[in-house]
Design a protein. Structure first.
Ligand SMILES: Cc1ncc(COP(=O)(O)O)c(C=O)c1O
Length: 485
């Protein structure tokens, strides 16, 4: 391995081969865990997670569904976590887990990384978390982002990825004077009214838009993953329907690369945006700094007009979000007399508070100093290779692949269903979803926290020993699948 590697991805995956394998997986009957083994795995929760159960049961009285976060995996019930450090988490019953959830992605340095925590403490002693006025760390963070990612000429910090997507779309519309926004079917760009559209399952449009008036997503459109012909058709039609303000993509593919893209995909989208006068927005909430200091746009060598940040931008500390990009577009946000043209209104009491900025600033510096993205990527490669070997050893139809420190393990293929096959979708969505819940619970019973049973984020602190220990645990689960003798 070259020591000059800059990005987390050591070798780009063979996208066609992954799709061929995923297609085969989805065409086959489910291969869940054997019932007797599943009972064993579930017994763990009953016996070893008594306090978690009591706490989260009580929480159901006060918190809708008992948890505040969609990722707090809740089959058979959510765990209550007490301690997190480096590669591990401990629940309130004292059980230790290898943490591949990584809070959904922000902690590339590992959990509760001490050098950043100390800087946060220092700032809190002096100024507390918020004043409402300018703090030098706002400038330092914006300068640092510009240093690593030259396309970010200006940066406006916000509270979350969701807010930042809203702001970017508003700026794009204000700047171009056009209305339509095109996303990839199945992609998640936060939960704003306009983006709860074609969520998770491509082609489903407003299926999840409960509580959202039609008008709110009337100008949102989706194109089928990787279908550039479909994107072109939409762009052409939009010419006579109010024009396209922006195309928004996750550069590794929807759901952090769960539906991976060919390597030249982003370049083609860039060209189409240029041809039709639409802005290109990269949603780098997950990939920003996780793929390297230059993020996905550096890796793919494609320059978006606007970039969405979240997660890593504050190193796991609160209020993680921001929009960056072209000066002429970003100036649409300018407050006060410096503003140009019509202002795209945004705000936020806690946006760019000193705590978030200091955390982000030192987290980015530490990521560069430690080469965190590349090391996390190597851990992702080792985990993926190990999973592929287990899959081969037991002749399983499952598929493991990675984009550096973003590791996918598809066992039920639920994320690959779509509206092009509506009957299959209707028939199989529920059982495939349930299987993935069971897989997630089984991994958890073996001391492995994954993201919804099918994704793992690795970090700087995932040494070979941590990964090898994890692989032994994965093997316990994967060798318990129906049909393995
Ligand atoms: C690609 C992507 N965009 C946007 C968001 C929304 O960010 P936030 O949860 O900070 O609102 C997420 C969150 O997971 C995401 O993965």
């Amino acid at each position: 391995m070259s020591t000059t590697q800059q990005y987390a991805i050591s070798e780009y995956h063979n996208t066609d081969e992954i799709y061929a394998r995923l297609k085969e997986l989805v065409a086959q009957p489910l291969r869940p865990i054997r019932r007797d083994r599943m009972q064993d795995f579930l017994r763990y929760f009953e016996m070893q997670c008594v306090r978690s159960k009591a706490l989260t049961d009580e929480a159901k009285q006060y918190i809708p569904g008992g948890v505040q976060h969609n990722l707090a995996f809740n089959y058979p019930f959510p765990l209550a976590v007490e301690k997190a450090c480096g590669a591990y988490m401990w629940d309130v019953d004292g059980n230790r887990y290898i943490d591949f959830l990584q809070a959904g992605g922000p902690t590339v340095l590992g959990s509760n990384y001490a050098p950043v925590r100390e800087k946060v403490f220092e700032l809190l002693q002096n100024c507390g978390p918020v004043t409402g006025l300018f703090h030098e760390y706002e400038l330092k963070l914006a300068q640092l982002i510009n240093h690593y990612m030259p396309s970010i000429e200006m940066f406006r910090m916000l509270g979350s990825g969701t807010e930042s997507v809203m702001a970017a779309i508003r700026a794009a519309r204000a700047f171009t004077g056009k209305k339509k926004v095109i996303k990839v079917g199945g992609a998640y760009h936060g939960w704003s009214d306009q983006m709860v559209y074609g969520l998770h399952v491509p082609g489903t449009g407003r299926r999840e838009a409960t509580g959202i008036p039609r008008g709110a997503s009337a100008h949102t459109q989706e194109f089928f993953p990787n279908d550039l012909g479909h994107l072109r058709r939409l762009l052409m039609l939009n010419r006579v329907r109010g024009g396209t303000a922006a195309v928004i993509v996750e550069p590794v593919g929807p759901e952090s690369g769960t539906r991976p893209v060919p390597r030249d995909f982003n370049q083609h989208v860039r060209e189409l945006c240029d041809e039709f006068g639409a802005l290109l927005i990269f949603d780098e909430v997950v990939t920003g700094f996780r793929l390297g200091m230059g993020s996905a746009q550096g890796y793919f060598d494609v320059k978006p007009d606007l970039t969405i940040f979240g997660k890593c931008i504050t190193g796991g500390y609160p209020m993680a979000g921001g929009v960056g990009g072209r000066r002429d577009v970003l100036m649409r946000f300018a407050a006060g007399i410096g503003g140009t043209g019509e202002r795209a209104y945004i705000g936020g009491t806690l946006s760019a508070n000193p705590l978030s900025c200091v955390a982000g600033y030192y987290a980015l510096l530490e990521m560069e100093r430690t080469n965190a993205a590349v090391i996390a990527g190597r851990a992702g490669d080792r985990l993926t290779r190990g999973l592929q070997q287990i899959i081969e050893k037991y002749h399983l139809p499952f598929v493991a692949y990675n984009q550096g420190s973003i590791v996918h393990l598809e066992t039920s293929g639920v994320m690959l269903l779509d509206m092009r096959h509506p009957i299959k979708l209707l028939r199989e969505l529920k059982p495939r979803k349930h299987m993935i819940e069971e897989m997630g619970a089984a991994y958890m019973s073996q001391g492995l926290i994954t993201l919804a049973g099918s994704r793992m984020y690795t970090s700087l602190v995932d040494t070979d020993d941590v990964i090898d220990e994890a692989l032994n645990r994965f093997e316990t689960v994967l060798s318990s699948v129906e049909g393995v003798t």
